[in-house]
Ligand binder design. Structure first.
Ligand SMILES: [Zn+2]
Length: 51
C-alpha cells in the first residue's frame, strides 16, 4: 500500500506527503538498513509520540 492509507499499492502516492515504499527503501539505504528496520523504528517512534 502507499504506507499511509492501506490501499495495497506500495508505490502509489495519491497525495503529496503520502509515504510510499520507495521512500522507506531510500531512507533505509541512507543507513544501510533493510527496509523493515525503518518501519520498526517508525513503530517505536509512534509509541513515543502519541502519549
Ligand atoms: Zn493508498
Amino acid at each position: 500500500m502507499c504506507l499511509t492509507c492501506g490501499c495495497k499499492m506500495p508505490n502509489d502516492r495519491h497525495k503529496p506527503g503520502d509515504i510510499i515504499w520507495e521512500d522507506i527503501e531510500k531512507a533505509a539505504k541512507n543507513w544501510e538498513l533493510s527496509p523493515a528496520e525503518p518501519l520498526h523504528h517508525l513503530d517505536e517512534a509512534a509509541k513515543l509520540v502519541k502519549k
